[in-house]
Design a protein around this ligand. Structure first.
Ligand code: 2P0
Length: 400
């Protein structure tokens, strides 16, 4: 029998998410249990996504994985946690006598191939989309249903929030075994259609300190982080969920900015300190506050993760003018490609009054490009079999 007839193959996509109440710090490194709850917005997969193909076959000798065209080490402990948990659930289903389960594949080895449609080095939370996609696709391949965020969490903490679309909270949980540390959808992706998101890519450099080791040092040394986890985040989660449910942009925006600032303050309070923001990030922060002050209302918000890129939240009606402002104060490199990627942005003019009110010195090429997007859905199955990343021989169609 040719190999392709014995190949069980499935392809799925999963989104990036951006936290507005940040996760930073673990109480259990192995299970990836956080010291505080967090909340994020899932970004639309039309702009940013991971695609993963999983194939199982009796003919495969060993589990293998290729990331962005390059074979990687499958023995990575976090990868192994996800594979082990999915296989455990599949076995449980078989033992419970589920007739719908393709139990053959249980003893088969897997080949996994995954690509991002955005640069990994741009610091756009590729591990969140990556592990969410891995777990979701493995679940399809092994016929596992039900709660998957607790498994994605064991790949990368923030990945549990990419299992759902829209507005998502990761409840920290209380149990030592992590069973109650799962993500839940707060509202779906179409709940607040006017909300727009702009990713301002400030630098394509890799971040100096990775999140995993950075948060470890913060937990060990920062008393501000301890205070944040014990006394700040609980109230903020309640307020943020309330702001989302009421579509109160002012409340949403102010909490988002304050939480980003406190996260970066805990990084500075870490010893030795961690700096994720750079001069471009600080210019974006100033620009947003001056823009809001000019209008006497909060029209735009920023948030920054473990890198210098800004993620901007605003309402649809303010996008054209704010984009114009960004282009004015960060004049693009005219030799580089398109400056605005993603959802189309209408043209707008910049008044002299607004330009003067902001009054910053322009920073040429400070931002290399921006991605215009909105909230989007959770992981999806790709039905078109021509999209599989693995060929009929179970090997990647494209390698680098
Ligand atoms: C977040 N970040 O809530 C925060 C804000 C970065 C800043 O989650 O060790 O890659 O894999 O659990 O999930 C980045 O941390 O860390 C992160 P691990 P992860 O999105």
């Amino acid at each position: 029998m040719p190999v392709e007839e014995r190949l069980n193959i499935v392809t799925c996509t999963a989104p990036v998410n951006i936290a507005v109440i940040k996760y930073w710090g673990k109480r259990d490194e192995e299970l990836i249990l956080p010291i505080n709850s967090s909340l994020s917005v899932t970004l639309h997969q039309d702009q940013l996504k991971t695609t993963t193909t999983v194939a199982t076959s009796r003919s495969f000798q060993e589990d293998r994985i290729w990331l962005n065209g390059k074979e990687e080490d499958i023995t990575h402990p976090r990868l192994q946690s996800c594979l082990r948990e999915i296989r455990r659930l599949a076995r449980k289903r078989r033992n419970d006598g589920d007739p719908g389960l393709n139990s053959n594949s249980l003893s088969h080895r897997v080949h996994i191939c995954s690509v991002n449609n955005f640069p990994t080095a741009a610091g756009l939370a590729s591990s969140a989309a990556g592990f969410a996609c891995l777990v979701y696709t493995l679940a399809q391949a092994f016929g596992v249903e039900g709660e998957l965020s607790g498994i994605a969490r064991q790949g990368s903490g923030s990945a549990c929030r990419s299992i759902y679309g829209g507005f998502v909270q990761w409840i920290m949980g209380k149990e030592d075994d992590g069973k109650d540390s799962v993500a839940q959808q707060v509202e779906p992706e179409n709940y607040w259609p006017e909300l727009r998101i702009l990713v301002l890519v400030a630098s394509a450099e890799r971040k100096p300190v990775g999140s995993t080791s950075g948060m470890q040092t913060s937990v060990q040394t920062s008393c501000l982080l301890k205070h944040r986890a014990e006394s700040v985040v609980l109230d903020r989660m309640v307020q943020m969920i309330d702001a989302v449910k009421r579509k109160d942009f002012t409340a949403f925006a102010e909490l988002t900015m304050k939480d980003s600032n406190q996260f970066h303050a805990t990084c500075l309070d870490t010893y030795p300190p961690i700096f994720y923001l750079n001069h471009v990030s600080r210019q974006v922060i100033n620009l947003v506050h001056r823009y809001n002050r000019h209008y006497g209302e909060t029209r735009v918000a920023y948030t920054f993760d473990a890198g210098p890129n800004a993620v901007i939240f605003t309402l649809q009606q303010h996008v054209p003018e704010f984009v114009k402002v960004v282009q004015h104060f960060f004049p693009p490199d005219t030799n580089a490609g398109q400056f605005i990627k993603g959802l189309p942005v209408d043209c707008a003019s910049l008044s002299e009054e607004l330009e003067q009110a902001i009054g910053l010195e322009p920073m040429p090429k400070g931002i290399s490009y921006m991605i215009s997007t909105k909230a989007g859905p959770g992981p999806c199955i790709v039905e078109d079999s021509s999209q599989h990343l693995l060929g009929p021989d179970g090997l990647p169609k494209i390698t680098v």
